[in-house]
Design a protein around this ligand. Structure first.
Ligand code: PRP
Ligand code: URA
Length: 214
């Protein structure tokens, strides 16, 4: 396993997450179930990634007395899916934070070189002031995520949290080495990449499985 900065890495090993992940990996899982599982896993992951959101006091009148409760202190959040597969994670995050803005980065890996090509990029207004959750189910070589993080840094974003479902050691190291501040959340770090830069054991092509295109 390559060495990397573990203080910026969270592997979500909750039993429910591991249970759902095993169903997600199964090649017999239908497109409908795959999509629903990606949403459910994104909710668990978003919950963990937003654990340190700042709170402020709020006065609440219960049926018995007035007390002090908490509310989220107006932190601005954006979800940035990497197209296509990352789109499958957006609904899960919006379930947690319905007011979050959504930006899009269109990246596609070249099948020969495995290098990403950017074909679309649109961020919401005042993106630089937002906590940005970059979402993509797969972290393989890291090329796609590194490119998306670079585009966000170029737009002035300071707080970037990357959320993937399945990662591999090579990709985790590449992403954490590429940026000194990015934080990475994932549900598993699998064994390795194969010669075609697919994750083993992995789950195959996430975009094809979310959209049923194969
Ligand atoms: C997949 C996946 C990631 C990328 C990961 O997308 O969703 O974006 O590959 O690989 P990397 O870490 O080596 O860059 P793909 O390029 O197949 O596009 P798609 O989502 O449109 O299918
Ligand atoms: N992209 C995928 O969708 N799956 C992999 O295993 C690697 C990259």
């Amino acid at each position: 396993m390559p060495a990397y900065d573990e203080s910026r890495l969270t592997v979500i090993d909750h039993p429910l997450v591991q249970h759902k992940l095993a169903i997600l990996r199964n090649k017999k899982t239908s497109t409908k179930d795959f999509r629903e599982l990606v949403t459910e896993l994104s909710i668990f992951e978003g919950y963990e990634a937003l654990r340190d959101l700042p709170l402020e006091d709020v006065e609440v009148e219960t049926p018995l007395e007035v007390t002090t409760g908490k509310k989220i202190a107006g932190k601005k959040i954006a979800v940035i899916p990497i197209l296509r597969a990352g789109l499958g994670m957006v609904d899960g995050i919006l379930t947690l934070v319905p007011s979050a803005r959504v930006g899009h980065v269109g990246l596609e890996r070249d099948h020969e070189t495995h290098l990403p090509r950017t074909y679309y990029c649109k961020f919401p207004p005042s993106v630089a002031d937002r906590t940005c959750l970059v979402v993509d189910p797969m972290l393989a070589t890291g090329g796609s995520l590194i490119e998306a993080i670079k585009l966000l840094r170029k737009a002035g974003v300071k707080d970037i949290r990357a959320l993937t479902l399945v990662s591999c050691p090579e990709g985790v190291k590449a992403v954490l080495d590429s940026d000194p501040d990015v934080r990475l959340f994932t549900c598993t770090i699998d064994r390795e990449l194969n010669d075609h830069a697919y994750i083993l054991p992995g789950l195959g092509d996430a975009g094809d499985r979310v959209y049923g295109t194969k």
